[in-house]
Ligand binder design. Structure first.
Ligand code: GDP
Ligand code: MG
Length: 337
């Protein structure tokens, strides 16, 4: 029998390419948050896949992109740092007609320049990448294996797939290129095979039934935020955070019985940037807040296998995304520091 493999796997790629969907698919349960809004995944979400062959710990990196405020800076920093610390990098793309600036930025980060920058804006970002490249990936010698994952192949023809492979294959020195559909599951097994082939031999870091090493509070907050973002549609542009003020299990005389389902009281605050946003989040006679609460409660109950009494509050904090203090307060801090 071959040796047990294990290690950390970073998922990188532009927003919306399907990183969270893939992560959920691989571990077969919903933990990462998916949404078709950009930047849903703000903090690192780790999930664990354990098979007979090995154990892969996936890190869903927040978008690698140009930072526009402190939150953006923080996210880019986390993403870049993550790349230097993992055993394998999965770069996800979705079918597109040309390689955009976002993907070229990632390609350069991954250690190999592509084409000469074409306009001023691109030159600037290329320079920025060079600096971080030295800091992050070192120069030359040690190379972390990288796989190009072409997602959403359910949307395209075989010919288009080959075209895409051709377009992307020289952007970076890939160890493998795997077309998949994270949504439908096409080629999922092939991808798992590739992952365990490329991971180093290593120990089991986590118990085999563990799916994430994240605190339940953080998962609850992320689920509330996902529901809020989805229900509010485009009315609130990304300016919300969720803080869990209280998450407490109710004591019960039955707690030791088999099949006991714990009951949590959760109090959470949705933080937005404007008074007008607060009104929208609360909705007519509280109807929107109630919807968010109901959907979030169902999802928390099913994911964490518990019953939940959820109370939601809404607060306005102007410019919270530019305040280091507030970012820290809402959990947007690097756990390693
Ligand atoms: P992330 O921002 O990279 O984490 O992307 P998400 O996982 O949140 O996915 C963004 C959108 O793409 C969601 O609406 C997904 O349902 C959709 N999506 C993800 N994977 C696939 C796929 O394989 N095929 C199709 N058609 N849609 C997908
Ligand atoms: Mg995501």
């Amino acid at each position: 029998m071959s040796e047990f493999k294990s290690g950390f796997v970073a998922l990188v790629g532009r927003t919306n390419v399907g990183k969270s969907t893939l992560m959920n698919r691989l571990i077969g349960q919903k933990v990462a948050i998916t949404s078709n809004k950009p930047q849903t995944t703000r903090t690192r979400i780790r999930t664990i896949l354990t098979t007979d062959e090995g154990q892969a710990i996936f890190i869903d990196t927040p978008g690698i992109h140009k930072a526009q405020n402190k939150l953006g800076n923080f996210m880019v920093g986390v993403a870049e740092k993550t790349l230097s610390e993992v055993d394998l990098i999965l770069w996800l793309i979705e079918p597109v007609d040309y390689v955009g600036i976002g993907d070229r930025h990632i390609a350069e980060l991954l250690g190999k320049a592509t084409e000469a920058p074409q306009n001023e804006e691109e030159k600037d970002s290329a320079n920025a990448v060079k600096m971080s490249e030295n800091r992050i990936l070192g120069t030359g010698s040690h190379k972390i294996p990288r796989v190009l994952v072409i997602n959403k192949i359910d949307k395209i023809s075989k010919e288009k797939q080959l075209e895409l492979i051709n377009t992307y294959k020289d952007l970076c020195d890939f160890d493998a290129i795997v077309p998949i559909s994270a949504l439908k599951g096409d080629n999922e097994d092939e991808l798992k095979k590739v992952i365990f082939n490329l991971l180093p031999e290593g120990p089991m870091f986590y118990d085999e039934d563990e799916l994430t090493d994240q605190p339940e509070r953080q998962i609850a907050a992320e689920l509330i935020r996902e529901k809020a973002l989805r229900l509010l549609d485009d009315e609130i542009p990304h300016g919300i955070a969720v803080g869990i003020e209280k998450m407490k299990e109710r004591p019960s005389a039955y707690a030791n019985k088999p099949n006991y389902i714990p009951f949590y009281d959760i109090e959470a605050t949705i933080v937005c940037e404007r008074d007008s946003h607060k009104g929208i989040i609360i909705g007519k006679q509280g109807s929107m807040l109630k919807k968010i609460g109901t959907q979030a409660r169902h999802e928390i109950e099913s994911l964490l296998a518990c019953r939940v009494n959820l109370q939601l509050f809404v607060k306005v904090k102007k410019d919270w995304r530019d305040s280091a203090f507030l970012l820290k307060n809402y959990g947007f801090v690097d756990e390693d520091e």
